[in-house]
Ligand binder design. Structure first.
Ligand code: 6R9
Length: 567
Protein backbone atom coordinates (compact mmCIF):
# COMPACT_ATOMS: atom_id res chain seq x y z
CA UNK A 1 0.00 0.00 0.00
CA UNK A 2 1.44 3.37 -0.99
CA UNK A 3 1.60 6.28 1.45
CA UNK A 4 -0.68 8.43 -0.65
CA UNK A 5 -3.34 5.76 -1.09
CA UNK A 6 -5.90 7.29 -3.42
CA UNK A 7 -4.81 10.48 -5.21
CA UNK A 8 -8.42 11.39 -5.88
CA UNK A 9 -9.33 11.13 -2.20
CA UNK A 10 -6.30 13.17 -1.14
CA UNK A 11 -7.42 16.00 -3.41
CA UNK A 12 -10.62 16.43 -1.43
CA UNK A 13 -10.28 18.99 1.36
CA UNK A 14 -6.51 18.89 1.12
CA UNK A 15 -4.73 21.13 3.59
CA UNK A 16 -1.03 21.51 4.35
CA UNK A 17 -1.95 21.44 8.04
CA UNK A 18 -1.93 17.69 7.60
CA UNK A 19 1.86 17.79 7.33
CA UNK A 20 2.06 20.33 10.15
CA UNK A 21 0.16 17.92 12.37
CA UNK A 22 2.43 14.98 11.56
CA UNK A 23 5.45 17.19 12.28
CA UNK A 24 3.76 18.48 15.46
CA UNK A 25 4.18 22.04 14.26
CA UNK A 26 1.72 24.80 15.15
CA UNK A 27 1.52 28.20 13.58
CA UNK A 28 4.09 30.49 15.20
CA UNK A 29 6.18 27.66 16.67
CA UNK A 30 9.92 27.34 16.30
CA UNK A 31 10.70 25.31 13.18
CA UNK A 32 14.30 24.34 12.42
CA UNK A 33 15.10 21.92 9.61
CA UNK A 34 18.40 20.89 11.24
CA UNK A 35 16.57 19.81 14.39
CA UNK A 36 13.78 18.07 12.48
CA UNK A 37 16.24 15.98 10.45
CA UNK A 38 18.26 14.73 13.41
CA UNK A 39 17.20 15.54 17.01
CA UNK A 40 13.52 14.86 16.43
CA UNK A 41 14.18 11.49 14.85
CA UNK A 42 16.28 10.55 17.91
CA UNK A 43 13.50 11.74 20.23
CA UNK A 44 11.19 9.36 18.35
CA UNK A 45 13.43 6.51 19.47
CA UNK A 46 15.14 6.02 16.08
CA UNK A 47 18.59 7.27 17.12
CA UNK A 48 20.21 3.92 16.36
CA UNK A 49 18.77 3.65 12.87
CA UNK A 50 21.25 4.22 10.01
CA UNK A 51 20.76 7.68 8.54
CA UNK A 52 23.58 7.52 6.01
CA UNK A 53 25.45 4.79 4.18
CA UNK A 54 28.35 6.52 2.49
CA UNK A 55 30.76 5.18 -0.09
CA UNK A 56 33.35 7.06 -2.12
CA UNK A 57 35.06 6.50 -5.48
CA UNK A 58 37.81 4.45 -3.83
CA UNK A 59 35.34 2.15 -2.12
CA UNK A 60 35.77 3.68 1.34
CA UNK A 61 32.63 3.02 3.37
CA UNK A 62 31.16 4.78 6.37
CA UNK A 63 27.84 4.53 8.10
CA UNK A 64 26.20 6.94 10.50
CA UNK A 65 23.11 6.59 12.68
CA UNK A 66 20.62 9.38 13.29
CA UNK A 67 22.29 9.90 16.64
CA UNK A 68 25.65 10.22 14.87
CA UNK A 69 24.33 12.90 12.54
CA UNK A 70 22.68 14.70 15.46
CA UNK A 71 26.04 14.82 17.25
CA UNK A 72 28.07 15.68 14.14
CA UNK A 73 25.74 18.54 13.18
CA UNK A 74 25.87 19.79 16.79
CA UNK A 75 29.64 19.72 16.56
CA UNK A 76 29.76 21.68 13.31
CA UNK A 77 27.13 24.13 14.58
CA UNK A 78 29.09 24.75 17.78
CA UNK A 79 32.33 25.11 15.89
CA UNK A 80 30.75 27.75 13.63
CA UNK A 81 29.31 29.63 16.61
CA UNK A 82 32.66 29.56 18.38
CA UNK A 83 34.31 31.07 15.34
CA UNK A 84 31.85 33.98 15.53
CA UNK A 85 29.31 32.99 12.90
CA UNK A 86 25.66 33.57 13.63
CA UNK A 87 22.09 33.43 12.45
CA UNK A 88 21.40 34.77 8.94
CA UNK A 89 25.08 34.61 7.97
CA UNK A 90 25.46 32.93 4.61
CA UNK A 91 27.74 29.94 4.76
CA UNK A 92 28.75 28.24 1.54
CA UNK A 93 29.24 24.48 1.29
CA UNK A 94 31.89 23.79 -1.33
CA UNK A 95 32.62 20.10 -1.05
CA UNK A 96 32.23 16.77 -2.76
CA UNK A 97 29.44 14.55 -1.48
CA UNK A 98 31.34 13.64 1.67
CA UNK A 99 29.57 13.02 5.00
CA UNK A 100 30.90 16.35 6.34
CA UNK A 101 28.81 18.13 3.71
CA UNK A 102 25.63 16.59 5.09
CA UNK A 103 26.55 17.26 8.74
CA UNK A 104 27.53 20.83 7.95
CA UNK A 105 24.28 21.47 6.10
CA UNK A 106 22.32 20.57 9.23
CA UNK A 107 24.81 22.34 11.51
CA UNK A 108 24.47 25.60 9.58
CA UNK A 109 20.68 25.42 9.83
CA UNK A 110 20.87 24.62 13.54
CA UNK A 111 22.61 27.95 14.25
CA UNK A 112 20.03 29.79 12.14
CA UNK A 113 22.54 30.58 9.40
CA UNK A 114 21.83 30.16 5.68
CA UNK A 115 23.29 27.19 3.81
CA UNK A 116 24.55 28.03 0.31
CA UNK A 117 25.54 24.74 -1.37
CA UNK A 118 27.61 24.97 -4.55
CA UNK A 119 28.95 22.24 -6.85
CA UNK A 120 32.58 21.51 -6.04
CA UNK A 121 33.12 21.20 -9.79
CA UNK A 122 32.59 24.93 -10.23
CA UNK A 123 35.53 26.86 -11.61
CA UNK A 124 36.89 30.14 -10.25
CA UNK A 125 34.46 32.45 -11.98
CA UNK A 126 31.31 30.42 -11.22
CA UNK A 127 32.31 30.23 -7.57
CA UNK A 128 33.28 33.88 -7.36
CA UNK A 129 30.06 35.37 -8.76
CA UNK A 130 27.91 33.30 -6.38
CA UNK A 131 29.95 34.15 -3.29
CA UNK A 132 30.07 37.78 -4.25
CA UNK A 133 26.36 38.04 -4.92
CA UNK A 134 25.41 36.35 -1.64
CA UNK A 135 28.00 38.31 0.38
CA UNK A 136 28.92 34.93 1.79
CA UNK A 137 30.65 35.19 5.18
CA UNK A 138 32.14 31.71 5.43
CA UNK A 139 32.92 28.81 3.16
CA UNK A 140 33.25 25.21 4.33
CA UNK A 141 35.41 23.13 2.05
CA UNK A 142 37.97 20.34 1.64
CA UNK A 143 41.70 20.96 1.56
CA UNK A 144 41.87 20.04 -2.13
CA UNK A 145 39.72 23.08 -2.98
CA UNK A 146 41.80 25.58 -1.00
CA UNK A 147 43.87 26.69 -4.01
CA UNK A 148 40.69 27.54 -5.94
CA UNK A 149 39.37 29.64 -3.06
CA UNK A 150 42.71 31.32 -2.45
CA UNK A 151 42.73 32.54 -6.06
CA UNK A 152 39.52 34.53 -5.61
CA UNK A 153 39.28 35.41 -1.92
CA UNK A 154 41.00 38.80 -2.21
CA UNK A 155 38.13 39.94 -4.41
CA UNK A 156 35.60 38.86 -1.74
CA UNK A 157 35.60 41.40 1.10
CA UNK A 158 32.71 39.68 2.89
CA UNK A 159 34.39 36.30 3.06
CA UNK A 160 35.84 36.11 6.57
CA UNK A 161 36.22 32.40 7.18
CA UNK A 162 37.57 29.61 5.01
CA UNK A 163 36.93 26.43 6.95
CA UNK A 164 38.60 23.20 5.90
CA UNK A 165 36.79 20.22 7.35
CA UNK A 166 38.92 17.25 6.38
CA UNK A 167 42.31 17.89 7.87
CA UNK A 168 43.99 18.25 11.19
CA UNK A 169 47.26 19.20 9.78
CA UNK A 170 46.60 21.26 6.71
CA UNK A 171 49.96 22.88 6.48
CA UNK A 172 50.68 26.54 5.98
CA UNK A 173 47.24 27.87 6.73
CA UNK A 174 46.92 31.42 5.64
CA UNK A 175 44.94 34.37 6.91
CA UNK A 176 41.23 33.63 7.54
CA UNK A 177 41.76 29.87 7.13
CA UNK A 178 40.76 27.34 9.79
CA UNK A 179 41.18 23.58 9.62
CA UNK A 180 39.35 20.90 11.60
CA UNK A 181 39.05 17.17 11.50
CA UNK A 182 35.59 16.28 12.69
CA UNK A 183 36.48 12.79 13.81
CA UNK A 184 38.98 14.21 16.27
CA UNK A 185 36.80 16.87 17.86
CA UNK A 186 34.85 15.67 20.91
CA UNK A 187 31.20 15.34 19.86
CA UNK A 188 28.91 18.03 21.21
CA UNK A 189 26.04 16.32 23.01
CA UNK A 190 23.92 19.41 23.58
CA UNK A 191 23.69 22.65 21.71
CA UNK A 192 21.25 25.48 21.75
CA UNK A 193 19.41 25.35 18.47
CA UNK A 194 18.63 28.77 17.08
CA UNK A 195 14.87 29.40 17.36
CA UNK A 196 14.15 29.86 13.65
CA UNK A 197 10.53 30.50 12.68
CA UNK A 198 8.63 29.56 9.57
CA UNK A 199 9.86 32.56 7.57
CA UNK A 200 13.51 32.42 8.71
CA UNK A 201 15.89 31.95 5.75
CA UNK A 202 17.29 28.43 5.40
CA UNK A 203 18.83 27.47 2.06
CA UNK A 204 20.12 29.67 -0.77
CA UNK A 205 20.43 27.86 -4.11
CA UNK A 206 21.84 29.49 -7.23
CA UNK A 207 20.15 28.83 -10.54
CA UNK A 208 20.98 30.12 -14.02
CA UNK A 209 19.15 33.16 -15.31
CA UNK A 210 18.37 34.03 -18.92
CA UNK A 211 20.30 37.25 -18.75
CA UNK A 212 22.79 38.50 -16.23
CA UNK A 213 24.31 36.53 -13.44
CA UNK A 214 22.82 33.44 -11.79
CA UNK A 215 20.06 34.11 -9.30
CA UNK A 216 20.11 33.14 -5.64
CA UNK A 217 16.81 31.50 -4.77
CA UNK A 218 15.99 32.06 -1.10
CA UNK A 219 14.10 29.40 0.84
CA UNK A 220 12.80 29.39 4.42
CA UNK A 221 12.49 26.78 7.18
CA UNK A 222 8.76 26.40 6.52
CA UNK A 223 9.68 24.66 3.21
CA UNK A 224 9.97 21.53 5.34
CA UNK A 225 6.17 21.18 5.32
CA UNK A 226 6.09 20.65 1.52
CA UNK A 227 9.32 18.69 1.36
CA UNK A 228 8.19 16.28 4.05
CA UNK A 229 4.78 15.56 2.53
CA UNK A 230 5.92 15.31 -1.09
CA UNK A 231 8.69 12.91 -0.05
CA UNK A 232 6.08 10.83 1.70
CA UNK A 233 3.43 10.82 -1.00
CA UNK A 234 5.41 11.07 -4.25
CA UNK A 235 8.68 9.31 -3.42
CA UNK A 236 6.60 7.05 -1.18
CA UNK A 237 9.36 6.59 1.40
CA UNK A 238 8.33 4.04 3.99
CA UNK A 239 9.93 3.10 7.27
CA UNK A 240 12.08 0.20 6.05
CA UNK A 241 13.09 1.75 2.73
CA UNK A 242 16.70 2.21 1.71
CA UNK A 243 16.72 5.36 -0.37
CA UNK A 244 19.13 6.65 -2.98
CA UNK A 245 18.88 10.15 -4.40
CA UNK A 246 21.64 10.44 -6.97
CA UNK A 247 21.69 14.27 -6.94
CA UNK A 248 24.51 16.43 -5.60
CA UNK A 249 23.39 18.94 -2.93
CA UNK A 250 24.78 21.69 -5.16
CA UNK A 251 21.48 21.19 -6.98
CA UNK A 252 18.16 21.71 -5.19
CA UNK A 253 17.22 18.04 -5.65
CA UNK A 254 20.20 17.09 -3.51
CA UNK A 255 18.95 19.18 -0.57
CA UNK A 256 15.12 19.05 -0.78
CA UNK A 257 15.11 15.30 -1.51
CA UNK A 258 18.73 14.32 -0.78
CA UNK A 259 18.69 15.59 2.81
CA UNK A 260 15.55 17.28 4.11
CA UNK A 261 12.82 14.98 2.77
CA UNK A 262 14.28 11.58 3.71
CA UNK A 263 15.80 12.59 7.02
CA UNK A 264 12.74 14.48 8.28
CA UNK A 265 10.97 11.14 7.75
CA UNK A 266 13.75 9.24 9.55
CA UNK A 267 14.63 7.17 6.47
CA UNK A 268 17.99 5.51 5.75
CA UNK A 269 19.69 6.92 2.69
CA UNK A 270 22.79 6.07 0.67
CA UNK A 271 25.31 8.41 -0.92
CA UNK A 272 27.81 7.41 -3.57
CA UNK A 273 30.50 10.04 -3.99
CA UNK A 274 31.79 8.94 -7.38
CA UNK A 275 31.30 9.79 -11.03
CA UNK A 276 28.79 7.93 -13.15
CA UNK A 277 29.38 4.38 -14.32
CA UNK A 278 26.61 1.90 -15.02
CA UNK A 279 28.52 -0.93 -13.31
CA UNK A 280 29.20 1.12 -10.19
CA UNK A 281 25.58 2.21 -9.95
CA UNK A 282 24.11 -1.28 -10.32
CA UNK A 283 26.64 -2.64 -7.84
CA UNK A 284 25.66 0.09 -5.38
CA UNK A 285 21.96 -0.78 -5.65
CA UNK A 286 22.70 -4.45 -5.23
CA UNK A 287 25.05 -3.95 -2.29
CA UNK A 288 22.86 -1.64 -0.22
CA UNK A 289 19.58 -3.18 -1.37
CA UNK A 290 18.26 0.18 -2.48
CA UNK A 291 14.47 0.12 -2.57
CA UNK A 292 13.62 3.69 -3.59
CA UNK A 293 15.66 5.40 -6.26
CA UNK A 294 15.35 9.05 -7.34
CA UNK A 295 17.45 9.84 -10.39
CA UNK A 296 17.56 11.82 -13.62
CA UNK A 297 16.72 11.14 -17.27
CA UNK A 298 20.33 11.60 -18.37
CA UNK A 299 21.46 8.90 -15.96
CA UNK A 300 18.64 6.63 -17.12
CA UNK A 301 19.57 7.16 -20.77
CA UNK A 302 23.20 6.37 -19.93
CA UNK A 303 22.08 3.14 -18.26
CA UNK A 304 20.01 2.30 -21.34
CA UNK A 305 23.11 2.79 -23.47
CA UNK A 306 25.08 0.41 -21.25
CA UNK A 307 22.62 -2.30 -22.30
CA UNK A 308 20.05 -4.65 -20.81
CA UNK A 309 22.50 -7.47 -20.26
CA UNK A 310 24.54 -5.49 -17.81
CA UNK A 311 21.44 -4.60 -15.80
CA UNK A 312 20.34 -8.22 -15.80
CA UNK A 313 23.69 -9.37 -14.40
CA UNK A 314 23.01 -7.70 -11.05
CA UNK A 315 20.42 -8.53 -8.42
CA UNK A 316 18.28 -5.42 -8.48
CA UNK A 317 15.22 -7.05 -6.97
CA UNK A 318 15.31 -4.73 -3.94
CA UNK A 319 14.02 -1.86 -6.11
CA UNK A 320 10.43 -1.06 -5.16
CA UNK A 321 9.80 2.42 -6.50
CA UNK A 322 11.61 4.64 -9.04
CA UNK A 323 11.29 8.34 -9.80
CA UNK A 324 12.99 10.85 -12.09
CA UNK A 325 13.60 14.61 -12.10
CA UNK A 326 15.28 17.43 -13.95
CA UNK A 327 14.48 17.13 -17.63
CA UNK A 328 11.92 15.59 -19.94
CA UNK A 329 11.74 11.86 -19.28
CA UNK A 330 11.32 10.31 -22.70
CA UNK A 331 8.67 7.58 -23.08
CA UNK A 332 11.30 5.03 -24.18
CA UNK A 333 13.05 5.42 -20.83
CA UNK A 334 9.84 4.63 -18.94
CA UNK A 335 9.17 1.60 -21.11
CA UNK A 336 12.78 0.43 -20.84
CA UNK A 337 12.79 0.62 -17.06
CA UNK A 338 9.56 -1.35 -16.90
CA UNK A 339 11.20 -4.04 -19.02
CA UNK A 340 14.55 -4.12 -17.21
CA UNK A 341 13.67 -3.33 -13.59
CA UNK A 342 10.07 -4.49 -13.75
CA UNK A 343 9.04 -0.98 -12.66
CA UNK A 344 8.55 2.27 -14.51
CA UNK A 345 10.34 5.50 -13.60
CA UNK A 346 7.79 7.98 -12.26
CA UNK A 347 8.46 11.42 -13.68
CA UNK A 348 8.35 14.42 -11.32
CA UNK A 349 8.47 18.09 -12.23
CA UNK A 350 9.54 21.06 -10.12
CA UNK A 351 12.16 23.81 -9.95
CA UNK A 352 14.73 25.39 -7.65
CA UNK A 353 12.17 28.16 -7.20
CA UNK A 354 9.28 25.85 -6.24
CA UNK A 355 11.41 24.09 -3.61
CA UNK A 356 9.32 20.92 -3.77
CA UNK A 357 7.67 18.60 -6.30
CA UNK A 358 4.77 20.27 -8.14
CA UNK A 359 3.65 17.72 -10.71
CA UNK A 360 4.26 14.00 -10.65
CA UNK A 361 3.20 10.49 -11.43
CA UNK A 362 2.00 9.24 -8.06
CA UNK A 363 2.48 5.66 -6.96
CA UNK A 364 -0.48 3.67 -8.14
CA UNK A 365 -1.53 6.19 -10.78
CA UNK A 366 -1.83 5.17 -14.41
CA UNK A 367 1.39 6.29 -16.09
CA UNK A 368 1.27 7.81 -19.54
CA UNK A 369 4.89 7.54 -20.71
CA UNK A 370 6.09 11.03 -21.68
CA UNK A 371 3.71 12.86 -19.37
CA UNK A 372 4.86 14.58 -16.17
CA UNK A 373 1.70 13.49 -14.33
CA UNK A 374 -0.64 15.58 -12.22
CA UNK A 375 -0.27 18.39 -9.64
CA UNK A 376 0.37 17.54 -6.01
CA UNK A 377 -2.73 17.98 -3.81
CA UNK A 378 -2.93 21.62 -2.72
CA UNK A 379 -1.15 22.78 -5.89
CA UNK A 380 -3.17 24.59 -8.54
CA UNK A 381 -1.38 24.15 -11.85
CA UNK A 382 -2.59 25.66 -15.12
CA UNK A 383 -1.55 26.35 -18.68
CA UNK A 384 -1.80 30.05 -19.45
CA UNK A 385 -2.47 31.68 -22.76
CA UNK A 386 0.82 33.31 -23.80
CA UNK A 387 -0.73 36.67 -24.59
CA UNK A 388 -3.57 37.19 -22.13
CA UNK A 389 -2.17 35.06 -19.30
CA UNK A 390 -5.57 33.43 -18.80
CA UNK A 391 -5.88 29.70 -18.06
CA UNK A 392 -6.51 27.69 -21.22
CA UNK A 393 -9.50 25.37 -20.87
CA UNK A 394 -8.92 23.48 -24.09
CA UNK A 395 -7.16 20.10 -23.72
CA UNK A 396 -3.86 19.74 -25.56
CA UNK A 397 -3.35 23.42 -26.27
CA UNK A 398 0.17 24.66 -25.56
CA UNK A 399 0.80 27.57 -23.21
CA UNK A 400 2.81 28.60 -20.15
CA UNK A 401 3.00 26.31 -17.14
CA UNK A 402 1.96 28.37 -14.10
CA UNK A 403 0.98 27.80 -10.47
CA UNK A 404 -1.10 29.65 -7.90
CA UNK A 405 1.47 30.82 -5.28
CA UNK A 406 1.11 29.82 -1.64
CA UNK A 407 2.58 26.35 -1.07
CA UNK A 408 5.07 26.16 1.85
CA UNK A 409 8.30 25.55 -0.11
CA UNK A 410 7.86 28.36 -2.64
CA UNK A 411 10.92 30.64 -2.86
CA UNK A 412 10.68 33.86 -0.90
CA UNK A 413 12.75 35.92 -3.32
CA UNK A 414 15.85 36.16 -5.48
CA UNK A 415 18.90 37.45 -3.64
CA UNK A 416 19.46 41.13 -4.58
CA UNK A 417 17.01 40.84 -7.42
CA UNK A 418 13.52 41.91 -6.51
CA UNK A 419 12.87 43.16 -10.06
CA UNK A 420 13.36 39.77 -11.71
CA UNK A 421 11.44 38.13 -8.87
CA UNK A 422 8.41 40.34 -9.53
CA UNK A 423 8.51 39.47 -13.22
CA UNK A 424 7.89 35.82 -12.32
CA UNK A 425 4.32 36.70 -11.30
CA UNK A 426 1.52 37.78 -13.57
CA UNK A 427 -1.85 38.41 -12.00
CA UNK A 428 -2.47 35.59 -9.59
CA UNK A 429 0.04 33.25 -11.19
CA UNK A 430 3.66 32.25 -10.73
CA UNK A 431 5.24 31.67 -14.16
CA UNK A 432 7.63 28.74 -14.32
CA UNK A 433 9.26 29.79 -17.59
CA UNK A 434 8.25 26.43 -19.10
CA UNK A 435 5.69 25.61 -21.77
CA UNK A 436 3.35 22.64 -21.76
CA UNK A 437 -0.20 21.39 -22.16
CA UNK A 438 -2.82 19.46 -20.20
CA UNK A 439 -4.68 16.54 -21.76
CA UNK A 440 -8.35 15.65 -21.31
CA UNK A 441 -7.55 13.52 -18.25
CA UNK A 442 -5.65 16.31 -16.47
CA UNK A 443 -2.13 15.00 -17.22
CA UNK A 444 0.57 17.63 -17.82
CA UNK A 445 2.91 17.36 -20.83
CA UNK A 446 6.16 19.28 -21.05
CA UNK A 447 6.89 21.07 -24.31
CA UNK A 448 9.98 23.19 -23.69
CA UNK A 449 11.35 26.21 -21.94
CA UNK A 450 10.02 29.65 -22.65
CA UNK A 451 13.51 31.15 -22.54
CA UNK A 452 17.03 30.48 -23.84
CA UNK A 453 18.27 28.48 -20.85
CA UNK A 454 20.00 25.25 -21.82
CA UNK A 455 19.09 22.13 -19.86
CA UNK A 456 22.07 19.84 -20.29
CA UNK A 457 21.71 16.57 -18.46
CA UNK A 458 19.38 18.22 -15.94
CA UNK A 459 21.69 21.17 -15.29
CA UNK A 460 20.56 24.60 -16.29
CA UNK A 461 23.17 26.66 -18.10
CA UNK A 462 22.71 30.27 -19.05
CA UNK A 463 23.92 31.05 -22.60
CA UNK A 464 24.67 34.55 -21.37
CA UNK A 465 27.13 33.33 -18.76
CA UNK A 466 29.00 31.18 -21.28
CA UNK A 467 29.03 33.99 -23.86
CA UNK A 468 30.48 36.40 -21.29
CA UNK A 469 33.17 33.93 -20.29
CA UNK A 470 34.04 33.31 -23.95
CA UNK A 471 34.59 37.00 -24.48
CA UNK A 472 37.30 36.91 -21.85
CA UNK A 473 39.33 34.60 -24.06
CA UNK A 474 41.88 36.81 -25.82
CA UNK A 475 41.28 35.60 -29.39
CA UNK A 476 37.48 35.79 -29.35
CA UNK A 477 35.71 38.76 -30.86
CA UNK A 478 32.05 37.82 -30.49
CA UNK A 479 30.16 34.83 -29.19
CA UNK A 480 26.69 33.28 -29.29
CA UNK A 481 25.70 30.20 -27.36
CA UNK A 482 22.81 27.84 -28.05
CA UNK A 483 21.95 24.21 -27.37
CA UNK A 484 22.46 21.36 -29.79
CA UNK A 485 20.85 17.91 -29.65
CA UNK A 486 22.61 15.12 -27.81
CA UNK A 487 21.66 11.50 -27.42
CA UNK A 488 22.34 11.21 -23.69
CA UNK A 489 22.18 14.74 -22.28
CA UNK A 490 19.25 15.72 -24.54
CA UNK A 491 21.03 18.98 -25.22
CA UNK A 492 24.58 20.25 -24.84
CA UNK A 493 26.21 23.67 -25.12
CA UNK A 494 27.37 24.84 -28.54
CA UNK A 495 29.23 28.09 -29.14
CA UNK A 496 29.55 30.19 -32.26
CA UNK A 497 32.43 32.62 -32.27
CA UNK A 498 34.16 35.21 -34.38
CA UNK A 499 37.86 35.88 -33.91
CA UNK A 500 39.81 39.07 -33.49
CA UNK A 501 42.09 39.98 -36.42
CA UNK A 502 45.27 38.00 -36.51
CA UNK A 503 43.87 34.80 -35.01
CA UNK A 504 43.23 31.57 -36.89
CA UNK A 505 40.62 28.98 -35.98
CA UNK A 506 41.80 25.38 -35.70
CA UNK A 507 41.18 22.34 -33.48
CA UNK A 508 43.96 23.33 -31.10
CA UNK A 509 42.34 26.69 -30.48
CA UNK A 510 38.93 25.03 -30.09
CA UNK A 511 40.31 22.72 -27.40
CA UNK A 512 42.02 25.55 -25.60
CA UNK A 513 38.78 27.57 -25.52
CA UNK A 514 36.88 24.56 -24.19
CA UNK A 515 39.40 24.14 -21.38
CA UNK A 516 39.26 27.83 -20.61
CA UNK A 517 35.49 27.63 -20.06
CA UNK A 518 35.73 24.41 -18.07
CA UNK A 519 38.15 26.03 -15.64
CA UNK A 520 36.29 29.32 -15.39
CA UNK A 521 32.75 27.97 -15.20
CA UNK A 522 32.44 24.17 -15.08
CA UNK A 523 32.54 21.10 -17.28
CA UNK A 524 28.74 21.34 -17.63
CA UNK A 525 28.91 24.81 -19.12
CA UNK A 526 31.78 23.88 -21.43
CA UNK A 527 30.78 23.97 -25.13
CA UNK A 528 30.93 20.53 -26.70
CA UNK A 529 31.48 22.17 -30.05
CA UNK A 530 32.75 25.54 -31.16
CA UNK A 531 31.97 26.80 -34.62
CA UNK A 532 33.82 29.64 -36.23
CA UNK A 533 31.85 32.26 -38.17
CA UNK A 534 33.00 35.33 -40.10
CA UNK A 535 30.09 37.21 -38.64
CA UNK A 536 27.28 36.35 -36.22
CA UNK A 537 23.67 36.78 -37.38
CA UNK A 538 22.23 39.90 -35.77
CA UNK A 539 18.97 41.77 -35.74
CA UNK A 540 18.82 45.24 -37.16
CA UNK A 541 18.96 46.53 -33.62
CA UNK A 542 22.22 44.64 -33.11
CA UNK A 543 21.00 41.71 -31.00
CA UNK A 544 22.51 38.35 -31.75
CA UNK A 545 19.84 36.10 -33.28
CA UNK A 546 20.32 33.03 -31.13
CA UNK A 547 16.98 31.76 -32.41
CA UNK A 548 18.44 31.36 -35.89
CA UNK A 549 21.50 29.48 -34.67
CA UNK A 550 19.30 27.31 -32.47
CA UNK A 551 17.04 26.42 -35.40
CA UNK A 552 20.07 25.51 -37.49
CA UNK A 553 21.31 23.09 -34.81
CA UNK A 554 17.93 21.44 -34.35
CA UNK A 555 17.05 21.34 -38.05
CA UNK A 556 14.01 23.50 -37.46
CA UNK A 557 12.28 26.06 -39.60
CA UNK A 558 14.03 29.37 -38.95
CA UNK A 559 10.73 31.28 -38.81
CA UNK A 560 10.42 34.99 -39.33
CA UNK A 561 13.81 36.53 -40.11
CA UNK A 562 12.55 39.90 -41.25
CA UNK A 563 14.52 41.61 -38.51
CA UNK A 564 17.77 39.97 -39.61
CA UNK A 565 20.36 42.56 -40.44
CA UNK A 566 21.31 42.79 -44.11
CA UNK A 567 24.75 43.37 -45.42
C1 6R9 B 1 14.39 20.33 -9.64
C2 6R9 B 1 14.97 21.01 -10.82
C3 6R9 B 1 14.01 23.35 -13.33
C4 6R9 B 1 13.73 23.20 -14.81
C5 6R9 B 1 12.27 23.29 -15.12
C6 6R9 B 1 12.21 22.53 -16.44
C7 6R9 B 1 13.20 21.40 -16.22
C8 6R9 B 1 12.52 19.79 -14.38
C9 6R9 B 1 11.33 18.36 -15.50
C10 6R9 B 1 11.78 19.36 -16.38
C11 6R9 B 1 10.71 18.33 -18.14
C12 6R9 B 1 10.52 17.31 -16.03
N1 6R9 B 1 12.54 20.22 -15.66
N2 6R9 B 1 11.80 18.66 -14.27
N3 6R9 B 1 11.48 19.34 -17.69
N4 6R9 B 1 10.23 17.34 -17.37
N5 6R9 B 1 10.05 16.32 -15.26
O1 6R9 B 1 15.19 20.42 -11.85
O2 6R9 B 1 15.23 22.35 -10.65
O3 6R9 B 1 17.43 22.96 -11.75
O4 6R9 B 1 15.70 24.71 -11.16
O5 6R9 B 1 15.38 23.11 -13.06
O6 6R9 B 1 14.15 21.91 -15.27
O7 6R9 B 1 12.63 23.35 -17.48
O8 6R9 B 1 11.85 24.63 -15.20
P1 6R9 B 1 16.00 23.32 -11.63
Amino acid sequence: MSNIGSYQKRLLNFNWSLAEKELEYHDGDIINIGWYCSDRICLQGKGDRIALHFENFAGKERKYTFNDIRLASNTVGTLLTNLGLQNRDRICLFMDRVPELYFSFLGILKIGAVAQPLFSAFGDESLYVRLEDAQTRAIITQSKYLPKIRRIRDKLPFLEYIIVLDHTKTKNLENKEYAFYLEEIPAVEKMEIFPTKSESPSVLHYTSGTTGQPKGVQHVHYSLISQYLTTKWVLDLQDDDIYWCTADPGWVTGTSYGIIGPWSLGITQCVLDAGFSAQAWYRFIEKYKISMWYSSPTAIRSLMKAGNELAMSYDLSSLRHLASIGEPLNPEAVIWSQRVFGKPFHDTYWQTETGSIMISNFPGMKIKPGSMGKPFPGITGVILDQERFEPIKEAGKIGLIAFRPGWPAMMRGYCNNQEIYKKKFVGRWYLTGDKGSIDNEGYFWFVGRDDDIINTGGHLVSPFEVESALLEYPAIGESAVVSKPDEVNMEVVKAFITLKPGFLFNSELELDIMNFIRKRLSSLAMPQEIEYMDKLPRTRSGKIMRRLLHAKEWGEDIGDISTLEND
